[in-house]
Design a protein around this ligand. Structure first.
Ligand code: SAH
Ligand code: SF4
Ligand code: F3S
Length: 477
């Protein structure tokens, strides 16, 4: 697909020259008035960032090139998230900014993609006059047609959810890439119906992507110099794909092994695991392959069984702790992280204490922590009053953050003196004299550069110091 399209060929060349950093190119050098340009901003989870790369690929096929400068672009896209109210507010603010650009450059098209497009559908076109195009997460193949409609003076909208679409055959155009790590989407949608969550409504039913297309993408990335892939899904443990020819079915543990076998130098990560579904088979595969990273994101949401039931998470505290035990038993050097929600409907102080005590028990290396934000249409919004006052939610969240910070600090301090294999991802944020990279446990390590090492190399690094967020180290010769 890449080869017989001149636009893509050119992009691929640039991609290779700059190790995938298409967006880093200066437009002064490459701006070509013969092309149309698109600018895309992504919000929300990794899945959305991964989808933007599918969108970029579809647009490149229709003669568009990516640009980092929205003022230069013919098409401004925002790939949106609906997970919490705040995410939606951010999008509305950005649309005001885009509107200014549009006024300076009439004819610029503005499109809303992703989960908010799905949630608000036609409302966008009625209420937000500045939006020309609304495209839901399963309708990106329709983008070229919709753009034609917009160019013809109409509005473009397609928010139809699909039971089959996995974009399996589309080779994503890597945006903002360091040329070392990439996401591979292995499934779409979610069937879990956690009561607080909008995702099943915005992304529809769960479906798994053809395992061979996943493998082909991993192989292609490795050949192009990438050294790390993250397999993405809302619930990777329920991955299940049936080979229509042989009738054989591939589960997540099998898929993990297939990707791990691409090359021992290709690191494999995955996200997100669901506590009810993560199997010992997956844990044993992780233990068996050095290149399957020893890191599991296993969101607990709450440490209290009654709240977990209201959340419809279908596991309880004891089940979760048993899974944590299994992880540390089968993979002793594994790091575990979590997502935690403070102040879910009817949560008492005592129940909140159960969440606090979960953090040191599970010994999370880090967590993403939120206070509950009611989402219209969800099970919780329909069934349970959002009755915890905002100040209480915020105070509980702060207590969660404080304990997690302490636990992360201890977790990182325990690494001082250890030597880790680190994949170099590029310059550290603070200094071009330092590299940054991750160890298998997904911890960021910063260390002084030394020749001949470069981005994409594996090096051995000894940890000399640690904060709650980062490890500091030195190369071991
Ligand atoms: N599929 C993943 C989560 C995707 S959403 C999983 O099941 O773990 C990412 C995180 O956002 C969730 O884990 C949850 O902690 C948080 N979240 C989702 N809905 C929320 C809401 N209504 N209010 C606050 N946080 C929410
Ligand atoms: Fe939302 Fe639950 Fe599905 Fe995660 S598993 S996306 S929290 S419904
Ligand atoms: Fe947000 Fe949609 Fe992801 S709601 S978290 S972008 S699946």
């Amino acid at each position: 697909m890449y080869n017989d399209n001149p636009t893509l060929d050119k992009l691929k060349q640039l991609d290779e020259q700059k190790q995938g950093e298409v967006f880093e190119l200066s437009e002064a050098d490459f701006y070509d008035p013969n092309y149309k340009y698109f600018y895309i901003e992504s919000y929300g989870c990794q899945m959305n960032f991964s989808d933007s790369e599918i969108v970029a690929s579809i647009l490149a096929e229709s003669g568009y090139r990516p640009t980092r400068q929205m003022e230069l672009s013919d098409l401004i896209l925002i790939n949106t998230c609906s997970i919490r109210e705040k995410a939606e507010e951010t999008v509305r603010k950005r649309l005001r900014v885009f509107d200014k650009v549009k006024r300076n450059k009439p004819g610029t098209m503005v499109g809303v993609l992703g989960c908010m497009a799905e949630r608000l559908k036609k409302k966008w076109l009625e209420e937000e006059k500045l939006v020309d195009l609304v495209v839901g997460p399963d309708a990106y193949r329709d983008l070229p047609n919709l753009l034609n409609e917009v160019e013809g003076g109409d509005k473009g909208i397609n928010v139809i959810l699909s039971r089959e679409e996995t974009y399996a055959d589309i080779s994503p155009l890597r945006l903002d890439s360091n040329g070392v790590s990439a996401f591979i989407s292995i499934m779409r949608g979610c069937d879990n119906m956690c009561s607080f969550c909008v995702v099943p409504f915005t992304r529809g039913r769960e479906r798994s992507r053809n395992a061979f297309s996943i493998l082909a993408e991993a192989n292609d990335l490795f050949e192009r110099g990438y050294r790390e892939v993250t397999l993405l899904g809302q619930n990777v443990d329920s991955y299940k794909w049936e080979n229509p020819e042989s009738g054989e079915s591939v589960n997540f543990a099998m898929l993990l092994e297939m990707v791990a076998k691409v090359d021992p130098d290709l690191r494999v990560r995955f996200s997100t695991s669901h506590p009810k579904d993560i199997t010992d088979e997956v844990l044993h595969k992780m233990a068996a392959y050095e290149n399957i990273c020893k890191y599991i994101h296993l969101p607990v949401q709450s440490g209290n069984s009654r709240i977990l039931e209201l959340m419809n998470r279908t596991y309880d505290r004891q089940w979760y702790l048993e899974r944590i035990d299994a992880i540390y038993r089968i993979i002793p050097d594994c790091a575990v992280s979590s997502d935690i929600i403070a102040g879910f409907c009817s949560e008492t102080e005592e129940e909140h204490q159960d969440t606090l005590s979960m953090i040191p028990l599970a010994n999370y290396s880090m967590s993403y922590m939120f206070f509950y934000s009611e989402r219209p249409g969800t099970l919780a919004a329909r069934k349970y009053p959002d009755d915890i006052p905002t100040e209480v939610k915020k105070r509980r969240l702060q207590e969660i953050i404080d304990i997690q910070t302490q636990v992360s600090f201890k977790h990182n301090q325990a690494d001082i003196g250890k030597v880790f294999k680190v994949l170099i991802e590029g310059d550290s944020r603070k200094s071009t004299d330092d590299f940054k990279g991750r160890n298998s446990q997904n911890k960021m390590i910063v260390f002084p550069k030394q020749s001949p090492y470069k981005t994409g190399d594996y090096v051995q690094v000894r940890v000399t110091d640690a904060t709650s967020a980062t490890l500091i180290g030195e190369l071991v010769s």
